[in-house]
Design a protein around this ligand. Sequence first.
Ligand code: MN
Length: 732
Amino acid sequence: MMRQYELVERVRRYNPSANEDLLNRAYVFAMKAHGAQKRASGDPFFSHPLEVAAILTDLKLDDATIVAAVLHDTIEDTNATREEIDAVFGPEIGGLVDGLTKLNRLDFATKHAQQAENFRKLLLAIADDARVLLIKLADRLHNMRTLNFMPEAKRGRIAQDTLDIYAPLAGRMGMQGLRSELEDLAFRYLMPDACGLIMTRLEELKSKNGALIARIAAELTDQFARRGIKVEVKGREKLPYSIWRKMERNSISFEQLSDIYGFRILVSAVADCYAAVGVAHTTWPAVPGRFKDYISTPKQNDYRSIHTTVIGPGSQRVELQIRTYDMHEIAEYGIAAHALYKDSAGHVEPIDAGESRAYRGLRQTIEALASDDSEKFLEHTKLELFQDQVFCFTPKGRLIALPRGATAIDFAYAVHTDVGNSAVGAKINGRIAPLISTLRNGDEVTIVRSDSRTPPAAWDSVVVTGRARAAIRRATREAAKTQYGGLGRQIVERAFSRAGKKFSEAKLRAALSRLARASIDDVFISVGRGELFSADVVRAIYPDFQEDRKAGPALAPGEAGWFGLAKAANLVFRVPGKEENGDPLPLRGVDWDTPVRFAPRGGAVPGERIVGIRTPKDGITIYPIHSPALVEFDDKPEQWLDVRWDLDTATKAHYPTQIQVTTLNEPGALGVISTTIGETGANIDNVVFNPTGPDFQQVRFDLQVFDIQHLNAIIAQLRDKPVVSKVERLSG
Ligand code: MN
């Protein structure tokens, strides 16, 4: 295990002004915190954070990163807290360690290979400091190097995550060295047979051609030197995983691989790169189609190099990668290399084309800091990658990517349209939360659903995803169609027949543009909602049509027109509130010394279950058992009276009740209704009009009926009438 002074020495080697005291404190703090904890290998646990820190010293990172690496598992695995680390090491290091703790927790979420891309984005989004990712990658690398100590069952998962998530992440950050090692370690565990085979073949080749590589390298160096270009030639043996991937991708055998041996030609200036290409191509024949200039057009991860393949010394195909030392540094260390860039006089070469937005952001930050003589580049390099997205989980671990500002409603629709349409509530990280809550990275969201399939139309303005908005509009339209479409069709069809015209959908369809509606259903919905007059629909097809009845507004409550109609129907209006004849109500279970009355709105009628409520103010009030008004007395059982009808009393008395009728607004409608009611022997005490549109009315009838059968018969007969679209009993 690395000693305390060794850690300090490693850092001092590249950073003579390192904060020795800080490093020592971190060493002691982590050692005490981890105490006697052991790794799976039997080593003291403390050796792990030290190794992670050592990997990062190879990348020559700043003090804060090294200290955070030493502390990286303390919050997660020991009693240490963020507050404690803040107090001892300051909030900067506290923030880094906290970031790593968050990333570690993500490791427990279920992941699927096809979600790896999203998962990488999540890592980037959560780690708002590039250094957190660097430590995380070093942590993963050490865990992979010691994977053989892990239980067999866990190795596969860890190796697969490494291949799917962490190795590509290292690649994205431009750290090819780290990426290759992660890939190769994972490959050994995941495909031991394929890996073993390739390694055996590589050994065979080496023993056969070992001298050849050295000879080629020597000849290359010599040829470049003769043309006055100083180069460093490095023989590069490909790792088993990259060989295997090439075989897979191109469906070729090991023997067919032409470039198992590659050479890196390192030069000091960009101009030398092109000069070196000239030398290579004039000395040896170039293989057509293999020349790539990533210097003029860098890869998205800032990789720059010239690639070419020639038939080189000994008629061997030789792949050459030609680059400057700076480019090489970036190719190997990526983001980490940028931290060193300040050493080359704050000079960052601009890259023009082919940059991803993410890297442009990173580069701009780096450029902005290039003039700063601060040692700490990455410290200021807050990752602005994927700031426009949030990543959340379903309870089963599925990762859902949403635009920033998305709500739980958006989440529900992203999971499935049905889930969105039936959503009534949400749990975010196990806590009940409103559906309109804005989601944050890493939130686990559970959607609570009901049987209903109609989302509130108001959600339309709350959601941010197009998918959710489209689904909400579709669903509310469907609901409107069901709710208003039928009524509207009824009204339109009757308007046509009143006008003496035959209704036809084809003709209506032809008139849609004149009605400014997109579909026949839209017309019906608009008419049903009272937004469009049925007469206008008729006129859209028959422009000469003149309506002979009064326009809708004439039918406002209390208008003489309605009372005229009522009179024509021989309706007898009784004065509301008139006393009954004084006979005792046919009830059992009431104390007749107390005043007894029916509930003011929609009293009970004989034959239905009733209940009495005793209040000091009103005495006893009789309600139907289903009355919503009873809810108020739910927690006052002492006020409830068990009351029954005394139906032995054979008096044919009337009892008050209320119904609401939705009727087409046309001449004679009220006559039909009142006649129907009158024919059953009921009285109408009062009529209250509630015009809801030009084409139909809601009318409340205060009735006097004999009993529940009588009332039900009235309702059934009214429902039978074509002018009636809806009848409901009111209870109050
Ligand atoms: Mn760790």
